[in-house]
Design a protein around this ligand. Structure first.
Ligand code: HEC
Ligand code: HEC
Length: 154
């Protein structure tokens, strides 16, 4: 048999063996359990209800020093692409005073090699990669996390 034919045969055999397993939909794999528990995906396949953002409210406190602050205002229709970055039209160093927005911090001008740049680093260009609109949401998993002492109010 030619090499190509062997690959095709192996591929088809692989599909036949793999298919029934992927449809079984049983909860844990090898004893592992996801955050949603051992629920069958096919039984519980409705989309979660969409959470409303808290719009234009006081910024929520940060929980640790290096946390990207949550966005305290709506970001709907704020485009970030090659030609425009709506966030920077308010948050850049040349615009923040007029808009009353917090200016982006110096860390946003640092390249991946630690070089200080004259403009926002490509690493930090896509703001919503790290900054998400705030919502006082219930944690997915209960935890005993408390903010660091230096940020706690006394
Ligand atoms: C029209 C102007 C404007 C635009 C556009 C804008 N912001 Fe803001 N943003 C503000 C203002 C004003 C505040 C300060 C609100 C306050 O402190 O109550 C703020 C606050 C924030 C904060 C909180 C800062 C802190 O120290 O707590 C973050 C994070 C933020 N914005 C991210 C973004 C991102 C990401 C985008 C783009 C998706 C964006 N903003 C677009 C005006 C803007
Ligand atoms: C890779 C993650 C990341 C990206 C991308 C990013 N940020 Fe941040 N941002 C952070 C972190 C972490 C902090 C808090 C620590 C610091 O200041 O660096 C922060 C802080 C801020 C602050 C508060 C500054 C202050 O002095 O309190 C503002 C405002 C902000 N970012 C806006 C933006 C905007 C606008 C963009 C897009 C141009 C952006 N960020 C992109 C991670 C990010």
């Amino acid at each position: 048999m030619k090499k190509g034919t062997i690959f095709v045969v192996l591929f088809v055999v692989g599909l036949l063996i793999g298919a029934p397993q992927s449809q079984a939909g049983s909860g844990g794999v090898g004893g592992l359990e996801s955050m949603r528990g051992g629920q069958d995906l096919y039984e519980d396949s409705h989309a979660p209800t969409f959470k409303r953002w808290q719009q234009d409210q006081q910024p929520l406190k940060r929980s640790y020093l290096q946390q990207p602050p949550l966005v305290p205002h709506t970001t709907e229709e704020y485009r970030i692409n090659l030609r425009q970055n709506k966030c920077l039209s308010c948050h850049s160093w040349s615009r923040y005073k007029d808009s009353g927005a917090t200016k982006i911090s110096l860390t946003h001008f640092r390249s991946r090699f630690g070089t200080e740049l004259a403009d926002v680093s490509p690493l930090r260009y896509f703001c919503t990669q790290c900054h998400v609109p705030q919502r006082d949401a219930r944690p997915l998993v209960d935890n005993t996390f408390t903010p660091v002492e230096s940020l706690a109010s006394h």
